[in-house]
Design a protein around this ligand. Sequence first.
Ligand SMILES: C[S@@+](CC[C@H](N)C(=O)[O-])C[C@H]1O[C@@H](n2cnc3c(N)ncnc32)[C@H](O)[C@@H]1O
Length: 303
Amino acid sequence: MAAKEGDIGLHQVPFQDSSESESDNNDDIEIESEKEEEKNQKKNQSPSPLSRRQYGNFRRYYEHRNEEGPEEDPRLELLRKEWFEDKECLDIGCNDGTLTISIAKMFRCQSILAIDIDPELVEQANLNLRDSCLLMQMGGSSENNSDDSAQRAAASPEKEVAPSEPSSLEKRNLLEVVTFKQENFMESQHPELYDTVTCFSVTQWIHLNFGDQGLITFFNKIWEVLRPGGVLLLEPQAWRSYSLNHYLSPVAKKNYSEIEIRPKDFQKILLNKIGFRTVEHINSGWIDAKHLRFNRPVLVFKK
Ligand SMILES: C[S@@+](CC[C@H](N)C(=O)[O-])C[C@H]1O[C@@H](n2cnc3c(N)ncnc32)[C@H](O)[C@@H]1O
């Protein structure tokens, strides 16, 4: 069911950031980075710009994020075939490619271009992709989640998480579908158009590094690379997370002090200023976010 313009979608949850008023600890990964940063400062080490994680370019991100293993990312359960099957997709901020590869295995995408600003993470993503392909070819992968998808679909048919035909997954080489590329989305040009853009846990890093104007540019660039009828899957971080991460670079610190837009405003901006027609909330997120790791909302905007 698509929501009307400005509607809040299927789950009828308000788009609010309960973390804005929270002051106690949240065991988000960004806090871990804060502790590491403090340690480094004490040791008087000055890490290189990209290893400082100023873009959210964390190493071993998924070890922290998915305690049950990379294939157990709860976001996978939210994804629908209609957004990926036979679609040309762009994944912005793919880190080491773990989530991207899972999506490619779960759905028969036409193609996925996955980009990240950090060249080392892109290198790791390519290694992970090759490993996944080898495992799939050997047929011994516990990660081949055709079965997982089928179980999910059976457990929650209303979510329409219907798996691709297992045989279709095997017929296609993952290497032909997924391309990882080092790229700063804020600077790159994309003459080609996409059906689906995924942007999971990236907005905070754009916002802290490029400020309010940069964020608007980012949203406009996404709009421009989407075909009419295309979808943006957006998972924004809460405002509280910004306060834990703005120390990561002088630029972020400065931008943080000047930022006026809050994550709870993104929906209005994307609908009223950027021009998306509809939004659907496919999970709640931020509700009760106080003690839950990575409990972020996922919103689907349609062009
Ligand atoms: C916190 S990680 C999220 C990874 C993945 N999207 C997920 O949710 O599982 C954010 C990623 O965005 C990347 N990133 C940040 N700014 C970027 C930019 N301007 N262009 C491309 N990638 C960027 C970082 O390098 C990092 O790997």
